[in-house]
Design a protein around this ligand. Sequence first.
Ligand SMILES: [Zn+2]
Ligand SMILES: [Zn+2]
Length: 376
Amino acid sequence: MKNVKMIIRILALMAVIHAASAFTVRAEPCYPTTPFDVYAMQYFTRINTDILTDPGIHVILAGTGMPWFDPIRNPQCIGVIAGGKFLLFDVGDSALKTLDKLNLPINRIDAVFITHYHSDHTNGLGHLISHTWANHRQQPIRVYGPKGIKKLTKGFAKAAKLDIDIRKNFEAFDSNLAIGVPHEFKYPKDGTPVEIFNENGVVVKAFKNDHYDVEISVGYRIEFAGRLVVISGDTMYADSVVQNATGADLLIHEATNMRMAERTACLAETNIPAPHGPGLASRIRRAISHHIDTLEVAEVAAQAGAGKLVLNHIIPPIPETFSFMGGEFDFTVDFIEGMDAIYTGDIHVAKDGASFYLPPAPENTVSGPCEGPCAP
Ligand SMILES: [Zn+2]
Ligand SMILES: [Zn+2]
């Protein structure tokens, strides 16, 4: 009996040793010798952190569409890198992937500024927070926004709880970093800007815009090194946007071509059987009632004396080019038609992945659009 117990103990010990050795990772050195090895090395060493030390402002268009699917535009997100800070303005679906494709250091994103609570501006928040946390982000992500930001951040934290519980048991993750830190601010109703962020010389101010019946909605001013970038947020024509964009080096303004949008509504109503066609037409018309026509955007840019204008939140969706009857059509030409008679500066129709660079004053140039980050 004594011998049997001894044998059982020895077998159990051998089983434990075997199991342990099966999980031992061999620490033998290896070197890139195959094409896959080279790819793997490139994948893990591609992130451009040098961009954080550039002296001017990088503006990255990471999401330039709206809720409907657009072939070259995902929902809203503008990245700004200045003074070692990496800031996002709104964070729609797929924004993080677009930023990662540009080899930007997404684990170093400091803060997100939300303009309002339509989902095309907020749906990527959970992805941003959870993905960068699971990939060892070392600092919390601050989430700035008007009234409602605490509720939004808390909601995403609640949705992430099951994931957080799984991961924190696996590795020494700090679960405090797995949830966004809300910074709720108030803003004057008359459009006067309010400072909500001031670090390393980067100043962010929020101002009220006019998103029709969406009561809580703002645009942002970003000031750094004597340069000014203004993001309108979702808005109709608003004097407050003109005031805040006055003297802007770069104005990123939402834009709807009402003639093209109304044409899509009419085509839906006339050519698609009820209830789908008329339903779609009324949804299009209701959506565009909250936005601004391209010709009015030209008025805003002209009145503000903006140096360069980027049209953002493009409605209706338009492809890069469209092939039809042997011809190639570029609908951006139709989209901006008539604007140059009102605003004589550069006009760019945004698409995801393009970027701009503003060197410090006294330079007054704006480089771009570049494919990926512009060289400083
Ligand atoms: Zn929107
Ligand atoms: Zn909106």
